[in-house]
Write a protein that binds this ligand. Structure first.
Ligand SMILES: NC(=O)c1ccc[n+]([C@@H]2O[C@H](COP(=O)([O-])OP(=O)(O)OC[C@H]3O[C@@H](n4cnc5c(N)ncnc54)[C@H](O)[C@@H]3O)[C@@H](O)[C@H]2O)c1
Length: 150
């Protein structure tokens, strides 16, 4: 068993979810319901305030579920991206709407990658959940993350 296996087993990891929408919030709920602490990050201050007050922002997640996670200390949302340095894994769930040419608009992936690069530290896992074309991680994201010097 590796050090990480033990940390996960003992629920000593903290997961960061960047982008608290239709994909991000259900992910938060799954980790929290397994007893894993989740830090949520979003640029939308209104959304962050609603979530921290124990209310949901999407139909298929009940207010009571959000309230329970917040009350149990398993979930807290913030717009302060500096907190990214405190999490063990960063799951990126930002939008990739289609452009007029029906190609994914990469501005949110690029923006969030730049943010992560500022706080990235050795040992962190970064996962992109957003829908995009094959090669995005290697060709677009990795060079931005490498600008951190790692
Ligand atoms: N909704 C679905 O059922 C579904 C299914 C499959 C795939 N996807 C894909 O998942 C991704 C996310 O979709 P969604 O429906 O959850 O989007 P959403 O619009 O519901 O949520 C995205 C969130 O990301 C936040 N955000 C944007 N830029 C950010 C940044 N730089 N840093 C932090 N937060 C930022 C937004 O404020 C918003 O709250 C998209 O690529 C989408 O195509 C969605």
């Amino acid at each position: 068993m590796t050090e990480w296996d033990r940390k996960i087993r003992d629920k000593k990891v903290t997961v960061g979810v960047l982008g608290l929408g239709y994909v991000g919030l259900p992910l938060v709920r799954e980790f929290a319901s397994a007893g894993i602490k989740v830090a949520g990050f979003d640029i939308d201050a209104k959304k962050v305030a609603v979530l921290n007050s124990g209310r949901s922002i999407i139909k298929h997640i009940a207010h009571s579920q959000v309230k329970r996670m917040v009350k149990a200390g398993l979930f807290r949302a913030t717009t302060n991206m500096a907190g990214l340095k405190n999490v063990d894994a960063i799951l990126v769930c930002v939008p990739t709407p289609l452009t007029q040419n029906r190609e994914p608009d990469m501005q949110f992936i690029i923006g969030s990658s730049k943010t992560i690069a500022k706080y990235l530290r050795p040992g962190q896992l970064v996962v992109f959940e957003s829908t995009t074309y094959p090669g995005t991680t290697r060709e677009l994201v990795a060079p931005i993350l490498q600008s951190s010097g790692l």
